[in-house]
Design a protein around this ligand. Sequence first.
Ligand code: PGA
Length: 262
Amino acid sequence: MRKLLIVGNWKMHLNASQASLLVHRLSERIKIHRDIEVVLAPSMLALQPLSLQIDRRKFRLASQNAYFHDEGAYTGEVSFTMLRELVHYGIIGHSERRHIFDEDLNMVRDKMAAAIRNEITPILCVGETKHERQDGETKQVLHDQLMTALSNLTAHEVGKIVIAYEPIWAIGQVAAKPDQVKDAVAYTRGYIADVFNDSAAKKVRVLYGGDVAPEVIHGLLAVPGVDGFLIGRASLNYQTFADIVEAAHRWQRNHETSKEGE
Ligand code: PGA
């Protein structure tokens, strides 16, 4: 059975009490499903209280960012070491980090190593800009981002990470078409098969992110190799987020049943 991963990235929204209220509302609506893992990425400030509040059978936590050194004189930063007991996952290289905060390829690579060193599963974000797509550079961009980010990892480690394909032109705009996602996901798994091995390419979980809403998830779940979603705006609305989780579960159930009937 394929287990889907659905990650809500709350970005710089909701203070600790607002985040707590959202978790409360989500808990009322989201059921525990064996075939779905739901992950919440609140602000750094809300991680500690939410780690005490959440039912761990229902939700896991992710950080939206962290620094690559474990400790030291780095004013304003939080390390993966500090997050060890709080989060299962760490989002790394989100396009907003790369573009607004100038995180370069090497910094993303060092953060990948730091997350793994601290036993936090990285959710590595990759994806091209609109111009790069128009210029036919999508694969080259994915290649460069994957090559650097994964360069210090073993095949075994790569098999355990999560990669989120998030085309920058789609984030907060309009979801990519299933065919566009299919090409990017196939390229990503192909790259991992070539550079690491088939087992890592099969095991690595690949998500899609960029304007995910309940209406588009069926089309995207049908794309081979998509294991779930990284969701921004729609994850801030408890009804919408819960609808996405339930719709994904129903899709899984129907899909598994039809496979059994084959
Ligand atoms: P969006 O954001 O769902 O609002 O497009 C996705 C993301 O940035 O991870």
